[in-house]
Design a protein around this ligand. Structure first.
Ligand SMILES: [Fe+2]
Length: 394
């Protein structure tokens, strides 16, 4: 977990205090140009008194950061004299800040940091300020960087990527567009679920995951319907950070392993690719540990304490189908992915999913052939998913 956390309205304006507490004064602020245009950074920058701090702003973060984008940010950092990196924005800004903070000290090629490498030795201190409620990057020891040549989304892990401090300010999330609320919220709910059912989970991560599901599940539709719903925004933002702690202390599993190649090959936003797969992969996985998945359904409020495990898991699958309908998440087919390219890449996608290591933590092991079948099942979503679950014998 981050050494310091500030959570709640106005927490992002605590940056100056946090830097002082950590003995830091020369931050590189890493963000994207859209957030600068929205004026979201102004108050935070204004709070850094020029007599005490000498910040520089880098605002060229790209969506789904690539190796080239990291090298560009690193070159900018080296033009200055920085003692820490602040990631301000969604997952892309925070993940860029993390990668640059490690490379600034340890150097080498970004690709040399992907799993199975573990980067526990820290680089520059990282301070994370999320403006979306979903990625959880503010509380995780992970960063995801795309290799633009192989089109692989590289998972990089280790304590070196864990922020020293996180400022979780739900007021920063009020201006999120609806689609972003849906995609990031469902991603967070997946972090909580996978952090809960993962083979590497344990009572600490499971308790945090349960609290995360309780915070997100009943409030996500409210945040989606009314972006200014304060209670819903606060709950989903808190839930997303809790989910980050849960899966950073256990792991994600098959859904994340399978989602990364969809994002890399078809440029589908991370949260959307996650949401596209969730009903199908939950239906496949739940029969391996029906009690765990039933407890997740109870934490999400879609099953009663006295309801049978079988009924609870049935409700869980249906709830994820309903989420995708209510939050207008398209299937891969409806998204407009070329069916021929989808078919031709399924084998490669399955290989990359397995190579990421995440599927090994799934309660139900999946072979490459089964992963290909799951991609096929998820293609059009809906009815097929419920049939798959029934066939699994649950
Ligand atoms: Fe995720």
């Amino acid at each position: 977990m981050p050494r310091l956390m500030r959570i709640g309205a106005g927490a992002s304006l605590e940056l100056a205090n946090i830097l002082t507490q950590l003995g830091l004064s020369r931050p590189l602020i890493v963000t994207d140009s859209h957030l600068v245009e929205l004026g979201k950074l102004k108050k935070v920058m204004d709070s850094l008194d020029s007599s005490k701090f000498s910040p520089r702003l880098y605002s060229d973060v790209v969506l789904d950061p690539t190796i080239a984008s990291i090298e560009k940010c690193l070159a900018f950092l080296r033009q200055g004299n920085h003692d820490c990196v602040v990631g301000f924005g969604g997952g892309s800004s925070m993940d860029t800040a993390k990668a640059v903070a490690v490379l600034a000290v340890h150097g080498g090629a970004m690709s040399s940091y992907k799993v199975p490498h573990v980067q526990d030795v820290p680089g520059l201190p990282i301070i994370a300020i999320p403006t979306t409620a979903g990625t959880g990057s503010e509380t995780t020891r992970f960063t995801i960087i795309s290799d633009e040549v192989t089109l692989e989304k590289m998972l990089c892990v280790g304590l070196g990527f864990l922020p020293t401090a996180s400022l979780v300010d739900y007021e920063q999330s009020f201006t999120m567009p609806k689609l972003l609320t849906a995609a990031t919220g469902l991603d967070a709910l997946c972090h909580a679920l996978e952090g809960y059912v993962s083979k590497r989970s344990h009572p600490f991560s499971q308790n945090i995951a349960v609290q995360s599901m309780r915070a997100i599940a009943p409030n996500l539709r409210r945040a989606y319907a009314d972006p200014s719903d304060v209670y819903a925004r606060e709950s989903v933002m808190l839930g997303a950070s809790l989910a980050g702690i849960a899966f950073s202390n256990s792991s994600v599993a098959l859904i994340h392993g399978m989602a990364r190649p969809i994002g890399a090959f078809f440029h589908v936003a991370h949260g959307l690719s996650i949401a596209m797969l969730m009903p199908t992969v939950i239906a496949f996985s739940a029969p391996a540990d029906i009690r765990l998945y039933a407890n997740a359904a109870r934490a999400m409020g879609v099953a009663g304490e006295d309801e049978s495990n079988e009924s609870a898991v049935n409700n869980l699958v249906n709830e994820y189908i309903a989420f995708n309908k209510d939050l207008e998440v398209p299937t891969p087919k409806a998204y407009g992915i070329d069916p021929a390219r989808w078919e031709s890449l399924l084998g490669t996608m399955a290989e990359q999913a397995l190579a990421s290591g995440s599927p090994a933590n799934n309660p139900r092991a999946a072979t490459a052939e089964e992963i290909v079948q799951l991609y096929k099942q998820a293609w059009a979503g809906g009815e097929d998913t419920q049939q798959l679950y029934n066939k699994a014998g649950a």
